[in-house]
Design a protein around this ligand. Structure first.
Ligand SMILES: [Cu+2]
Length: 322
């Protein structure tokens, strides 16, 4: 039992080490933070590694000196406490100045990178992200393209069925959506982030940041994805009963592929990817008009109840009433 646990731990440690530096998405038993796939995530990783190395070196020196002193000057070998020693001015200067130098070494690059993380100037495109209970809406500003992104049908079926999800058959359980946010690589993309109802937070670890989505407030962030791939995240602010069921999927593709996708998306006039997944009136253009019960019906696989039909006596006003 003990040995099995030890070997499992040992294996996990060994298995996570080679991947720690390259993994975009977290791996089981991953020990270190991921390096991510954006300039800012890699800056954060570099700052973290610098601090980690400094901490390890300090730890080795301090605990090494302690162990050496305890062993070398032990009582059984006749060591006598130095009762006359109170302080050493030279030592006190050294252990004050050395940490200051180390802090400056860490703070200067960290501050520069932190400032760069918040500099959204010279971005090539803007995506508006809106958190809605319990989905995300993405608008490619100036392109007249928008989409809503919500938990994929398969994850939803598993969670409703009470089935125990299996990592082998459903590797992305609760981490898949119907419509991924498609973004170009090697492009500075600005995000403006807000919410429609309660506070949510948009978080894709591989991008290296997390930003609150607050009703009535527009937060900003930016990213420049360096490698094509699929990057997953989740809402990171407790936003209601289905907080755990509004994942985020970013599909990063080369610029040319993105341009083709965007053109196709514009041409098709943005119908939902799978109409069966979206309740009537819930195509993302008017989320507030969707009755929450209707969404729940659809999520549970039921046919949504038909919306109240407008009075037959007043057909002319029905279209402007919404
Ligand atoms: Cu949430």
């Amino acid at each position: 039992m003990m040995q099995a646990r030890f070997s499992r731990w040992g294996f996990a440690v060994l298995a996570s080490l080679p991947f720690a530096a390259v993994a975009a998405d977290p791996k089981p038993w991953q020990l270190n933070m991921g390096r991510g796939v954006t300039t800012s995530s890699q800056h954060a990783y570099d700052a973290h590694m610098l601090a980690l190395i400094i901490c390890v070196v300090i730890g080795v020196i301090v605990f090494g000196a302690m162990a050496y002193a305890m062993f070398k000057f032990r009582h059984s070998r006749g060591a006598v406490p130095d009762s006359g020693f109170t302080h050493s001015t030279r030592l006190e200067i050294v252990w004050t100045v050395v940490p200051i130098i180390l802090l400056v070494i860490m703070a200067v690059p960290a501050t520069a990178k932190l400032i760069a993380m918040y500099d959204t100037r010279e971005s090539e495109m803007t995506v508006k992200v809106t958190g809605i209970q319990w989905m995300w809406k993405y608008e490619y500003l100036g392109e007249d393209v928008e989409l809503t992104s919500r938990l994929d049908r398969e994850s939803d079926r598993i969670r409703q069925s009470g089935e125990r999800p299996d990592a082998a058959t459903s590797p992305h359980y609760l981490l898949d959506v119907d419509n991924a946010l498609v973004l170009p690589t090697d492009t500075k993309i600005r995000f403006v982030i807000t919410a429609d109802d309660v506070i949510h937070a948009w978080w894709v670890p591989a991008l290296g940041w997390k930003q609150d989505a607050i009703p009535g407030i527009i937060n900003e962030a930016w990213t420049e994805i360096l490698e094509p791939g699929v990057y997953r995240g989740q809402c990171a602010e407790l936003c209601g009963k289905d907080h755990g069921f509004m994942p985020i999927v970013v599909r990063a593709v080369p610029r040319a592929e993105f341009d083709t996708w965007l053109a196709a998306r514009k041409a098709e006039g943005e119908p939902p990817a799978d109409p069966s997944q979206v309740p009537e009136g819930g195509d993302g253009t008017a989320p507030r008009s969707v009755d929450p019960d209707m969404i729940e019906d659809v999520q549970q696989g039921d046919e949504p109840a038909a919306p109240q039909a407008p009075e037959a006596a007043a057909p002319a006003d029905a279209s402007s009433a919404g």
